[in-house]
Design a protein around this ligand. Structure first.
Ligand code: FAD
Length: 487
């Protein structure tokens, strides 16, 4: 029998669940990737994610040939198509004469709708679409409360997750065991892979980021992180410190295996590493939001707690101008601005700053969290619908297990606490480089002499704050209070 693997968020050979399922079931296995025009069409022409995927797809093709070379199937490359997934997958599957297509689960509503269409179109040709879990450790109904309901609070979910996990759930799918089943492509399907330009995209400057690309890049970044994982717990809240793994984008596109990450963290946790324990907990947050999206798809566009859909957000010209200032890092609050500039310049934003900037948008500027969510979705390399929506609803206090609405980060105290010397701020706001702490956290409070010595003219070199935090705080308490009282 023949099978086709349709790779999507699992751009690696190692420990690939869909590939393993296909190899186990069929004697001849082909692999394909579709640059889906439905997804690509609305994106800007220079998009780091598209470039990351493109590089990872080229690497995957090379890995596939290398793996198949061992048994003489050097023409076992990846079939890469550019078009609507539903058309392309059916075309490739019929051209190859396969009986089944294998893919990994994708829990996003748009992906589920796409997969339903593909499943139907394949069924019309007598081909079955099998999908399997790959992207998370536990999904759907695998971790439920004792009464059989999904969890909506993290800590009990985490405890249940930790109770359920065993080496079985963390072990790799042994793809290499059946590697000789990777089949050579028929000549008609051996086409050169499209360049970025062929796809209609321009380089996005990804190369300057020193981000490892493809599965080998992911492996190297994980190996480097594991050497410093013990310090993750102490360092992870300080954006100037190299403490996080920066693996988000690799987890998003499956260029590292979540099982590998969780296994490494779990084993080190067992051996007493506090850093590994904290990191494992972050990976569990990832599973948590994933199952929230599965059980509550309405969170896309709506508050998890429906009473908060009644909140009246600021709108109009002033609100739009403030939103633009937030997006462009011109709020006058250095930590917020440095975070927003990090996002624009690199596609990455430190987790502490995601919390600070999101809270600032919602609770200082009074703007709808969905506007910020959409901005992050456009710019984050590791953008993931479940995690981004979860993060935003957490910060906006509208989500499951969110911070209570009266907990409002003070952007100046956050700055003093998590970037005490302003080291991170200076990286993204070099015009403030000569301003000493504490003035760097709130330049409008600096002594005139400090500004003169640092060569900073407020309103020219760096903006005055666009909002007064204490006043904004009062308005926010009212705004949320009214919505709550309506229930
Ligand atoms: P590390 O600190 O090394 O963590 C390792 C991995 O754990 C991450 O790569 C990620 O896969 C997972 N993880 C960590 N924290 C969380 C979390 N709170 N929720 C879910 N998964 C988590 N994460 C995304 O992957 N995509 C997003 O689009 C996203 N948007 C966010 C938006 C907001 C407003 C907030 C507050 C958080 C968001 N996060 C998102 C979560 C978190 O900020 C990032 O996962 C993390 O900063 C990525 O950097 P890292 O890979 O160096 O993480």
């Amino acid at each position: 029998s023949h099978a086709l693997v349709w790779l999507r968020r699992d751009l690696r050979l190692e420990d690939n669940a869909a590939l393993f399922a296909a190899l186990k079931a069929a004697r001849q296995v082909y692999c394909s990737f579709v640059f889906d025009t439905d997804i690509l069409a609305p994106l800007p022409r220079a998009d780091r994610r598209v470039e990351f995927i493109h590089a990872s797809v080229l690497a995957l093709d090379a890995d596939l040939r290398e793996a198949a070379k061992g048994h003489g199937a050097a023409d076992a490359g990846l079939v890469v198509r550019h078009g609507a997934a539903v058309d392309e997958i059916v075309r490739v599957a019929t051209a190859l004469g396969v009986q089944a297509v294998y893919a990994s689960h994708d829990a996003e509503p748009a992906a589920l709708a796409r997969d339903a269409k593909v499943r139907g179109a394949l069924a019309d040709k007598g081909i079955v679409l099998h999908t399997v879990k790959d992207h998370v450790i536990f999904e759907r109904d695998e971790v439920l409360t004792q009464t059989g309901n999904p969890y909506s609070v993290f800590t009990p979910y985490k405890n249940a997750w930790l109770k359920k996990v065993t080496p079985f759930y963390l072990s790799a799918w042994p793809v290499e065991r059946y590697v000789e089943r990777l089949a050579a492509l028929p000549p008609a399907l051996r086409q050169p892979l499209p360049s970025l330009a062929d796809l209609g995209f321009e380089p996005s400057g990804l190369a300057q980021l020193r981000l490892g690309l493809g599965a080998s890049g992911g492996r190297a970044m994980l190996a480097e992180f594991l050497e410093r994982i013990d310090h993750y717990g102490q360092g992870r809240d300080f954006p100037a410190i190299k403490a996080p793994s920066y693996l988000g984008v690799h987890l998003r596109f499956g260029t590292v295996s979540i099982r590998r990450c969780a296994r490494e963290a779990w084993q080190r946790t067992q051996a007493g590493s506090r850093g590994a324990e904290v990191w494992l907990s972050e990976l569990i947050w990832r599973d948590f939001y994933h199952q929230i999206l599965h059980h509550h798809p309405r969170v896309v566009g709506h508050a998890f707690k429906p009473e908060y859909d009644a909140i009246k957000w600021e709108h109009g010209k002033q609100a739009d101008a403030r939103f633009a200032a937030w997006c462009e890092g011109r709020t006058g609050y250095p930590l917020v601005d440095a975070g927003m500039l990090q996002l624009r310049k690199t596609g990455y934003m430190h987790n502490r700053l995601r919390m600070v900037t999101a809270c600032f948008l919602v609770k200082d500027l009074g703007l709808d969290w969905r506007r910020g969510e959409a901005w992050f979705a456009q710019h984050l390399n590791d953008f993931d619908l479940a995690a981004n929506n979860g993060g935003w609803q957490w910060a906006a206090s509208t989500g499951c297990d969110a911070q209570p609405y009266f907990r409002i980060f003070n952007p100046v105290s956050q700055s003093e606490k998590f970037d005490p010397d302003g080291k991170f701020i200076k990286r993204y706001l070099p015009q403030l480089a000569a301003l000493p702490a504490p003035a760097i956290h709130a330049p409008w409070r600096a002594k005139p002499m400090e500004l003169i010595e640092a060569n900073v003219v407020l309103g020219k070199d760096y903006p005055e704050p666009i909002i007064d935090h204490d006043e904004a705080r009062k308005l926010t308490l009212e705004r949320f209070g009214v919505a709550k009282a309506k229930v």
